[in-house]
Ligand binder design. Structure first.
Ligand SMILES: NC(=O)c1ccc[n+]([C@@H]2O[C@H](COP(=O)([O-])OP(=O)(O)OC[C@H]3O[C@@H](n4cnc5c(N)ncnc54)[C@H](O)[C@@H]3O)[C@@H](O)[C@H]2O)c1
Length: 324
């Protein structure tokens, strides 16, 4: 019996693989390595390939006796998705359909899926509960919403699934060996680190005239190691007979862009070079989770705060600077 982790050589996947290994669970990784790095996962059994390759999925399932899957593999760049809808639907949606067909043909009945708070778009109210309708505002978010609906309907054909709607994953491993590479990400925390360390010009802060206490947008930052733990709790929920569901994974605390910059300055002892620029079209003002469902059904709760997130990211990024 083993868990197959698709996209396990990526940012969140590799932290999850480590936690699974630390808990002595059998793990196998499948990743195309288009956006992942094999060295992140050590000596875990690894297959380089695509989730659409049904023959390869069959081979992995048979060889490793796969009984559950965590499905991270996807493209995730919002801006790029607007320019390349075919590529995003093909990789994320068609890829997931092919993967699920191969899994069902090989007797796999449980899957945990990387969804996103982006499915809510600009929510009507915060904190966001799962009652909030899905109103995706990008092709990327559309693909997540379509996949959630597809997976929910697969319960009727024997696949139970948990779709985890992540809020903003950030931070690095406690031992500072893996983290979020700024060359692969447009997320705020790696871009803050890049600016502090002088590998970019000043950071763009997109708008300071929003109706929030300091005028900048508010998000819910969740430590990547807490997020990894949510996946394992979701596997256990399904293994003990849980029904398919979609739930938020967030801390429940909103943090503004300027609060992130302030924490980065406190932790690093350096200034974050930044400029205030125009609002980005489509950026929601404030999005943070109501984590009641994930606590009640999966028994999960965030254990790290913003300082832990920024400290771990700073330790990892500045170590890379020291080695360069
Ligand atoms: N990072 C975030 O804040 C965030 C927030 C919400 C949701 N998510 C979702 O979580 C998942 C993981 O995100 P991440 O930040 O670790 O991204 P990532 O790009 O670091 O990891 C994705 C991995 O999947 C692999 N991959 C992509 N398409 C593949 C395919 N067709 N076959 C095999 N491998 C493939 C890539 O090579 C990469 O290693 C994604 O589905 C993403 O949409 C991420």
């Amino acid at each position: 019996m083993a868990v197959l982790v698709t996209g396990g050589a990526g940012y969140i996947g590799s932290h999850t693989v480590r936690l699974l290994v630390a808990q002595q669970r059998e793990v196998v990784v499948l990743d195309s390595l288009e956006l992942g790095t094999k060295s992140r996962i050590g000596s875990v059994p690894f297959y380089e390939g695509n989730i659409s390759d049904e023959k390869l999925i069959e081979k992995i399932c048979k060889k490793h006796d796969i009984d559950e899957v965590i499905h991270f593999a996807a493209y995730k760049a919002v801006g790029e998705s607007m320019e390349q809808p075919l590529r995003y639907y093909n990789n994320n949606v068609a890829g997931t359909i092919n993967l699920v067909r191969a899994l069902l043909a090989n007797g796999v009945e449980r899957l945990v899926f990387s969804s996103s708070a982006a499915v809510y778009g600009n929510p009507n109210s915060v904190p966001v509960t799962e009652e909030e309708p899905m109103k995706p505002e990008s092709v990327y978010a559309e693909t997540k919403a379509v996949m959630e609906r597809f997976l929910a309907s697969c319960e009727a054909i024997g696949l139970r699934t948990v779709s985890l709607r992540y809020f903003n994953a950030a931070g690095a491993s406690a031992d500072s060996t893996i983290g979020e590479d700024w060359s692969m990400s447009q997320n705020l925390v790696p871009l803050v680190m890049k600016a502090i360390l002088g590998f970019s010009g000043p950071l763009n802060v997109f708008g300071n005239d929003y109706p929030t206490p300091d005028g900048t947008c508010i998000r819910d930052y969740i430590h990547v190691e807490d997020l990894a733990d949510a996946h394992i709790k979701a596997l256990d929920y399904l293994a003990t007979g849980g029904k398919s569901l979609a739930c938020n994974v967030g801390t429940g605390k909103g943090t503004s862009v300027l609060e992130v910059l302030d924490m980065a300055e406190q932790v690093s002892g350096r200034k974050v070079p930044h400029v205030i620029t125009h609002r980005r079209p489509g950026d929601p003002v404030s999005v943070f989770a109501d984590p009641t469902m994930v606590r009640a059904l999966l028994g999960w709760k965030a254990t790290h705060d913003l300082r832990d997130i920024i400290s771990s990211a700073w330790n990892w990024h500045s170590k890379a600077e020291a080695n360069s």
